[in-house]
Design a protein around this ligand. Sequence first.
Ligand SMILES: Nc1ncnc2c1ncn2[C@@H]1O[C@H](COP(=O)(O)OP(=O)(O)OP(=O)(O)O)[C@@H](O)[C@H]1O
Ligand SMILES: [Mg+2]
Length: 361
Amino acid sequence: MTSALQLEGLGKSFGHFRALHDISLDLQQGEFLTMLGPSGSGKTTTLQLIAGFLQPDRGRLLMKGRDIAGIPAHRRNIGMVFQDYALFPHMTALDNVAFPLESRGIGKLERRRRAEEMLGVVNLGHLLDRYPRQLSGGQKQRVALARALVYDPEVVLLDEPLGALDKKLRTSMQLEILRITRRFGATVISVTHDQEEALVMSDRIALFSQGALAQVGTPKELYAKPANAFVADFVGESNLLPAELTRAGGEAVVKGDGWLAKLPVDRLAVGLADGQVTLMVRPEALRLSAGDASPVAQRPNSIEATVKQVVYLGSALRVHAQLPNGSIIQIAVPDVRSLSFVPETTVRASWDADDVVILQA
Ligand SMILES: Nc1ncnc2c1ncn2[C@@H]1O[C@H](COP(=O)(O)OP(=O)(O)OP(=O)(O)O)[C@@H](O)[C@H]1O
Ligand SMILES: [Mg+2]
């Protein structure tokens, strides 16, 4: 099957600054991909290359197998929603949505019919004649989405469309956007700073770091099998502990400062060498019990720590505990009533060998 959109080794510099290097991605028809990454890592630049507002220095862009290098932005059949919505302030919601149809040579009556229909889809059928200043943030966002979808684009690009909304509206808009874009079968690339949003919405996530892709995969892959410490740290919360790896027969022995982990060698990533590594364990993979000061060798897959803070999160507790070397680990305690540890008690945090990931240091 031909991909809906292919990015092949895209590179872009601004003067001497290399904003993007070697970005390669393949999107299937109807796929929802989220671009995630720190500020300045190249997400917007990538969207602008796809939209045609910027030209790449290197690499190729293909839509349905066809090189789109020579095709100007307005003829690429790509819909885009910007962070600030970029609605025309002097036009009503209806005229805003009808606007892209005009530049595509569609007649007045048909423009009105399709714009009305699309505003109905985003549940704004009753506010056709409002101007942007008379709309709430979420409503403006939906007008912008309707405008991006009204000409039935093959690819929809969303650059932090929910950035300005409060948490509750964000969550409902996330589901709304999924519902609408799925209904149109559109291929979507969405940029966000909110990793929870990325986990909820995406078929796949592309995580950017300094103009390159750190990892591309399903939310589950990035969460459970991060390629490196950057990914582990960026997607979800993680405890990262420096350690030394040695293999002994079928067993991998990971030795840290006052703790020891053992796991089957086949759980290690291919190509991971003995020596300095980082052990990653998620807060929810740790179980707390009373400290017992037993020798390290007798208690593999656990670590002793001192409780420093117990944070109440409503549905769960989060324990911050300090290791002998001073670093802090986090432990998620799902049952709010179960915790009997107060600050300054010594605890043992244990994990299953299956729940840790050993990363290149
Ligand atoms: N027109 C430009 N001229 C010079 N540098 C630019 C230009 N556009 C972007 N950059 C630089 O390229 C890098 C990537 O910018 P980009 O806007 O793609 O980041 P981003 O990942 O979208 O960040 P954010 O999350 O803050 O929106 C940044 O260092 C930025 O300063
Ligand atoms: Mg940006």
